[in-house]
Ligand binder design. Structure first.
Ligand code: PMP
Length: 350
């Protein structure tokens, strides 16, 4: 069963095979199209030197946690840093989910919720999103009452649909769920709403964030969890000691200090509108509203469009074979040049 699932996942990630192909516009993985901030690039040698790579990294990323805490109005005791937020989802599963426990999460959503639940041997309770992929909080509450899950995962905004769940609905879930509630805010910066301020009221909530998206550090693998200090202490017991390497810690700190994220997020949000407006005028596709840095698009023949785009040098994420997402492709918002070219190509293809 695990093998089948992982094989399916790998099939889903067929982009891995093509991402090595010379592709002019890489718009498949929800990355941002920016390199490191100028100030970080200028000081790179110093930053690498200060990382002292002959020594093991700081196992608890103290400087980085201090800076992250400042950014999200919390204390460093509220924060755990991981090798990407991916690793933290795995840590949470290891800490709290035993075989046959129930885990509740939306579908379609980030594929690793399913994979890690499967690896933990959990019973997966998959709640289908409603019309146009909107969250149906009533279905979540019904399932929580029925299954008393160890873990509920909410993805806000949701990947790959870009749809969101409102704060009031998250609170309704927190009020009924006796297990852990994870709110994955990987795309928070493009949306602007958070529930981090509720971590002390709801002690069983963990908010996940990442530097892979708005901060443009996907290759460094830095994600973080925000929760109350007891919960962070539990996760610390489970994580492997040196999970975040010294160079990643040092560069991440420098990028947070450079404080360029606001301008970059504004650029992407402006481009999201440009791409949305441009694509909405074309017949033969449906564009879903998104609060993240990607758009989900539905076509009559998504496979055909995917291959045509590839021929034209554009790589997008193909979900057309996925039961819950059939006929869809996900395009990551790029530069103005990439987005204009994308619109032009879609017009030519349809
Ligand atoms: N959560 C969501 C919703 C994601 O889309 C992703 C990456 N695609 C992750 C978590 C993992 O991000 P990372 O491990 O790079 O922090």
């Amino acid at each position: 069963m695990i093998y089948d699932l992982l094989r399916d996942e790998i099939k889903g990630f067929k982009n891995y095979e093509v991402s090595n192909i010379e592709c002019k516009y890489k718009m498949d993985a929800n990355e941002v199209p920016f390199s490191l901030p100028e100030s970080t690039l200028e000081n790179l040698q110093e930053i690498v030197k200060s990382a002292n790579v002959n020594r093991y990294p700081d196992p608890v990323s103290i400087k980085l946690r201090d800076k992250l805490a400042e950014k999200c109005s919390a204390s460093k005791d509220n924060i755990l840093v991981g090798n990407g937020s991916d690793e933290i989802i795995h840590i949470i599963m290891n800490a709290f989910v035993s075989p046959d426990d129930f885990v509740v999460y939306p579908v379609p959503s980030f594929s690793m919720y399913r994979v890690y639940s499967e690896i933990a041997g959990a019973n997966k309770v998959e709640i289908s999103l409603g019309e146009d992929y909107h969250y149906d909080v009533v279905e979540f509450i019904k399932s929580i009452k029925e299954y008393d899950p160890k873990l509920v995962i909410l993805c806000n905004p949701n990947n790959p649909t870009g749809t969101t769940i409102g704060r009031d609905d998250i609170i309704k879930i927190l009020e009924v769920n006796r297990g852990i509630t994870v709110v994955d805010e990987a795309y928070y910066e493009f949306f602007g709403e958070t529930v981090i301020d509720l971590i002390n009221k709801y002690k069983n909530m963990i908010v996940l964030r990442t530097l892979s998206k708005a901060y443009g550090l996907a290759g460094l693998r830095v994600g973080y969890a925000v929760s109350n200090p007891e919960m962070i202490g539990c996760l610390n017991l489970v994580k492997s000691p040196y999970n975040v390497n010294s160079i990643s810690q040092a560069i991440a700190l420098s990028v947070l200090e450079a404080d360029t994220v606001k301008d970059r997020v504004e650029y992407i949000k402006n481009e999201r509108k440009f791409l949305m407006d441009g694509l909405s005028k074309i017949d033969g596709l449906k564009v879903y509203n998104s609060q993240a840095n990607f758009l989900l698009l539905k076509f009559d023949d998504a496979d055909y469009v995917y291959n045509k785009l590839l021929e034209k040098g554009i790589l997008v994420r193909d979900f057309s074979g996925d039961n819950e997402l059939s006929g869809t492709l996900r395009v990551t918002i790029g530069t103005r040049e990439a987005n204009s070219y994308f619109i032009k190509c879609i017009k030519e293809i349809l």
